[in-house]
Write a protein of this length. Structure first.
Ligand code: ATP
Ligand code: MG
Length: 180
């Protein structure tokens, strides 16, 4: 499995539709301060199910919608689609290409899609659980996260290792079974 493409429209500083193609190997995004590099990783975490506005560096979820500039009106909708190559069926779904879409309206309403089919947020979170690409997964280390990992409590650090090792899925299922 690898990331193929990210399509962004109306998300944070991306008022125009922007497509980022990831090639196999290393892709580096470079640009001056404030040009939107971190907004790209925010978009990836958001489409994977991030629910905390704070961790997307905003105060409320609405803050991720393009707020307008001197030359452009604010938008009322933000949409991000992440396309993954799943030829190796690493993700437990019967498609060779998987696209995940998340859309939010200024009214607060959200929509989620897997391969253009409407779904629940939970379906997306479940699909990526233990894939190493979940919203909290170790594969995305944002500015400041390194320090957080080093200084967090040992239980929190353990969670990071459990997700990395792929056992979090089983722990979550066990907990669910115990509550029944
Ligand atoms: P650095 O090199 O300093 O880390 P960066 O390239 O990572 O910079 P980002 O943090 O991705 O920069 O982008 C910040 C920019 O995004 C700011 O100019 C901010 O005004 C803009 N921005 C954030 N949210 C919105 C929004 N809702 N609408 C329009 N612009 C936004
Ligand atoms: Mg940055």
């Amino acid at each position: 499995m690898f990331l193929k493409r990210l399509d962004i429209v109306g998300f944070k500083s991306f008022a125009e539709r922007v497509s980022v193609d990831f090639v196999q190997g290393v892709t580096a995004v470079v640009g001056p301060n404030g040009s939107g590099k971190s907004n790209i990783t925010d978009a990836i975490r958001w489409v994977l199910g991030e629910q905390s506005a704070k961790s997307l560096r905003g105060a409320k979820m609405e803050d991720i919608i393009f707020v307008g500039s001197d030359s452009r009106k604010a938008l009322n909708i933000a949409e991000v689609t992440l396309t993954l190559d799943n030829d190796d069926h690493f993700l437990p779904i019967d498609y060779r290409e998987v696209s995940i879409t998340r859309r939010v309206y200024r009214s607060g309403e959200s929509e989620f899609f897997i391969n253009k089919q409407g779904c629940r947020l939970k379906d997306i979170v479940d699909l990526f659980m233990d894939s190493g690409l979940g919203k909290e997964a170790f594969s995305i280390i944002s500015q400041g996260k390194v320090e957080e990992i080093l200084s967090s409590k040992s239980e929190e650090r353990r969670m990071i290792f459990e997700e990395a090792a792929g056992v979090l899925k089983y722990k979550t299922r066990k907990k669910k079974a115990e509550y029944k």
